[in-house]
Design a binder for this molecule. Structure first.
Ligand code: ADP
Length: 276
């Protein structure tokens, strides 16, 4: 299999804490890779590192099979687009002006691609509207358009659904799927909104305390979760459930909650003591 990113026993040691602890990660080309972990698990540390914003203290990683220590890594990194935390937008400018600014920063010689990119993210009709008047979802999509300016084939989104309303979440989901299907862009998406992630991810990595607990594909998740059956019974007392099941005197239904299954699996792997 061809990988966009692999990490080998990757470590990041801060004075007091080990943010990444021999992390091994594998993102296949074309994947939508859901990177799942509780707050403080190490997700942002990994993302900053592969974007070149910090260096490993031990171990290594490869991007498109180029080692992180190789000189060429700087050129290879141009294949990555990233929206980390809130996108850096100029609020007093329009969408198009922000895009032009981004093109200048990247040293691109022509502005030709801008209209197409804005149309791709559904912002072609925002005209003179300044970004400060945009919804959070529109800002997020403009951030993605800006990250796409250098025509990357690997997009890294750090908690992209944070703060979005349901409509914004749907639009973002459709945009990610479109970019993945039509442009073949590989995604690394960190998120703790598991129900949403499980609608689009093809692969997952579960990180806890800087360690990779498990990597699996969506098909493997489906098999794993197929072992569980959720039962919703019309009673309030849990003990009564077993009695009821014994004599089958109570009406009940067996349901399979697909959206919830990633969450259940995550909790079974890392426990549920903190906020996921
Ligand atoms: P996540 O993105 O999964 O919430 P982070 O990667 O932000 O987690 O943090 C992982 C761990 O590293 C946390 O314990 C955090 O406190 C610590 N950490 C992150 N950045 C720094 C830093 N610059 N200095 C010291 N500790 C840090």
């Amino acid at each position: 299999m061809e990988y966009v990113l692999t990490t080998e026993a990757l470590c990041k040691q801060y004075k007091k804490s080990k943010a990444l602890d021999e992390l091994c990660m594998h993102i296949p080309k074309g994947a939508i890779y859901g990177f799942v972990g509780k707050n403080g698990a190490g997700k942002t540390t990994l993302i900053r590192m592969i974007c070149g914003l910090s260096k490993p203290t031990a171990g290594s990683y490869t991007l498109y099979e180029t080692d992180s220590e190789a000189k060429e890594i700087v050129t290879v990194r141009k294949n990555i687009g990233a929206v980390v935390e809130t996108p850096a937008l100029s609020l007093d400018m329009t969408a198009e002006e922000n895009m032009r600014q981004q093109y200048r920063i990247l040293g691109l010689s022509s502005f030709d691609g801008i209209k197409e990119l804005l149309a791709l993210v559904g912002l072609e009709n925002t005209g003179k509207k300044k970004v400060k008047a945009f919804s959070l979802g529109m800002k997020q999509r403009l951030g993605i358009a800006m990250a796409l300016a250098g025509e990357p084939d690997f997009l890294v989104l750090d908690e992209p659904t944070n703060g979005l309303d349901p409509q914004g979440i749907i639009e973002l989901r459709e945009l990610i799927l479109k970019l993945n299907h039509e442009k073949g862009i590989t995604f690394l998406i960190s998120s703790h909104i598991l129900d949403e992630l499980s609608r689009i991810a093809t692969h997952y990595g579960i990180i806890n305390h800087g360690k990779m607990i498990k990597e699996f594909s969506a098909q493997e998740l489906e098999k794993e979760c197929g072992k569980y059956i959720n039962i919703r019974a019309e009673i309030s007392d849990a003990d009564a459930l077993t009695r009821a099941l014994d004599d089958l005197g109570i009406r009940y239904e067996i349901i399979s909650e697909k959206e919830k299954s990633l969450e259940n699996y995550f909790i079974s792997l890392v426990g549920g003591e903190d906020n996921a």
